[in-house]
Ligand binder design. Structure first.
Ligand code: GLU
Length: 510
């Protein structure tokens, strides 16, 4: 049977990175088996619906290249893929269960149930308590009919039979057993005519012919009711297999990573930035923090999955080829942000300069820097080994776009000798005559001058670097000069020297 899987997020706000990992595993599983990956929007809880959340989910999937074969915003023959547009379908199935005695009408008002809960903290609507409550199991058919005719609000509940065992062969966790006596009679259809998550999820998985349900561990307890629903409908033969993914843990390895942890640890825990109604509800995304989509995917894949061996860098194609549920761990996976950055650096280094220039352009533009493709490609070439996040191209490498903002005084005091001043001046004067003005020619010209004056390159090159970029870090000095061009290089040598003199004089005076 062809594999069909779905990613079924609820549009209740920005989608946490854990949700994207679920989408990725579904995608990899589908691709590995030549199957179909579906996006279904589970928006039946209208009270939690957040405008823009569905668009956010779709944009995040597109950014990462996890494009569904079918689904909301992507077409397909099994739609609608937005549950709020399938209301009539769920109502029909809920009524069917009532008709065959597997579900029932319950007329208890929220106030009545609340009053019981006040008395009995552990109250559950179940095989014991339903005998004493206002539902179609305790009322005569005439009474029920009359209430329905009057338009009395009701919910439909699943009639859970006691003393049954529910066995689930989870593909990651192994056998999990639930006792039906411990399960409540879940609401399937709410008073507003909307299905609950449980009913809609099962009906849709059935109608969309889902073969494997791959989702977060937090849904494992619900699976008991889901299996009972498959039984109630008589759909057990085509029931999907279940695989519950491990939790994602905080960077320090303790406790579940929550959406608030992003702000707490100063790291992104969302794929894209999200602007909520309040600052507390606004989040930084991996994209905006400067991650490449490929690196983000690689990082997310390794949060709970590894095919064995030492390899850490996997392309999407490789992951697709190697993916299997057997290699997903049961234990929680630590969200190691340093590893995310390390991976991003690897991907930046492996990305061609033309592509990097495209990423750098909006960052440069935002700062009012120059943005010609050829210039940005050279910036990419010079800086790519030195950055782990994209904005660092224009932050760390700001001196490739604007004059030096600050000099490392300590380094200057250590290196500066008054007798080097004429040498630096001679180098400055040399600049206009270096042709072509590229790194090898420049290096040859400067080294020839140093030799002639019998000065060691080790004494002068650090000062050149300090004059050009202000610090001892940064790309190779002749490459930097070549990119800046003869005029700007000469300018920086002049202002650098002025600064060296000033700062070493003040030290001497102290
Ligand atoms: N709508 C659920 C969620 O938001 C889907 C859980 C499932 O995959 O069954 O995660």
């Amino acid at each position: 049977m062809a594999v069909r899987v779905r990613f079924a997020p609820s549009p209740t706000g920005a989608l946490h990175i854990g949700g994207i990992r679920t989408a990725l595993y579904n995608y990899l599983f589908a691709r590995h088996h030549g199957g179909v990956f579906i996006l279904r929007i589970e928006d039946t809880d209208q009270s939690r619906h957040v405008p823009g959340a569905e668009e956010y989910i779709i944009e995040a999937l597109r950014w990462l290249g996890l494009v569904p074969d079918e689904g909301q915003g992507f077409g397909g023959d099994n739609g609608p893929y937005r549950q709020s547009e399938r209301k009539a379908i769920y109502q029909k199935y809920a009524q069917e269960l009532v008709a065959c005695g597997k579900a029932y009408y319950a007329f208890d008002t929220p106030e009545e149930l609340e009053a019981i809960r006040q008395q009995e903290v552990h109250f559950a609507y179940n095989y014991r308590t339903r005998e004493h409550l206002r539902n179609s199991l305790t009322m005569s058919p005439e009474e029920v009919e009359a209430l329905l005719q009057e338009g009395t609000p009701y919910v439909i509940r699943l009639r859970v039979a006691p003393e049954e065992e529910v066995h689930i062969q989870d593909l990651i966790r192994g056998e999990v057993v639930f006792q039906s006596s411990e399960l409540d009679d879940k609401v399937l259809l709410k008073a507003d005519g909307m299905p609950t998550y449980h009913l809609a999820n099962i009906v849709d998985d059935h109608l969309m012919r889902i073969t494997h349900v791959i989702r977060g561990e937090e849904w494992l307890p619900s699976t008991a009711h889901h299996v009972l629903l498959y039984r109630a409908f008589g759909w057990e033969d085509t029931m999907p297999q279940f695989a519950h993914l491990p939790l994602i843990l905080r960077p320090e390895g303790q406790g579940k990573l929550s959406k608030r942890d992003g702000a707490r640890f100063g790291i992104p825990v969302f794929p894209l930035s999200w602007k909520g109604a309040t600052p507390e509800d606004s989040f930084l995304g991996f994209r905006e923090a400067g991650f490449l989509p490929e690196a983000t995917l690689n990082f997310l894949a390794l949060l709970g999955w590894h095919p064995g061996g030492d390899q850490e860098v996997f392309s999407l194609d490789e992951m697709t080829r190697l993916f299997s549920l057997e290699h997903i761990s049961k234990g929680g996976a630590r969200f190691d942000y340093d590893k995310a950055k390390w991976l991003n650096q690897r991907y930046i280094m492996a990305t061609d300069n033309a592509t990097l220039a495209q990423y750098i352009r909006p960052l440069a533009e935002a700062k009012g820097y120059r943005t010609e493709q050829s210039y940005l490609e050279q910036v990419a070439a010079l800086m790519k080994e030195r950055v782990s996040l994209l904005p660092e191209f224009v932050e760390e490498g700001y001196y490739l776009f604007e004059p030096v903002r600050a000099y490392d005084e300590e380094a200057i005091r250590k290196r500066w000798k008054p007798e080097l001043q004429p040498v630096l001046e001679a180098i400055t004067d040399l600049m206009p005559s270096v042709q072509p003005f590229d790194a090898p020619t420049l290096e040859m010209a400067v080294k020839a001058l140093l030799q002639e004056r019998q000065v060691k390159p080790g004494d002068v090159l650090p000062l050149l670097r300090l004059a050009l970029v202000g610090t001892m870090k940064g790309p190779a000095v002749f490459d930097t000069a070549a990119l800046l061009g003869p005029a700007e290089t000469a300018n920086r040598l002049r202002s650098g020297m002025a600064y060296f003199l000033q700062c070493t004089e003040t030290t001497a005076a102290k």
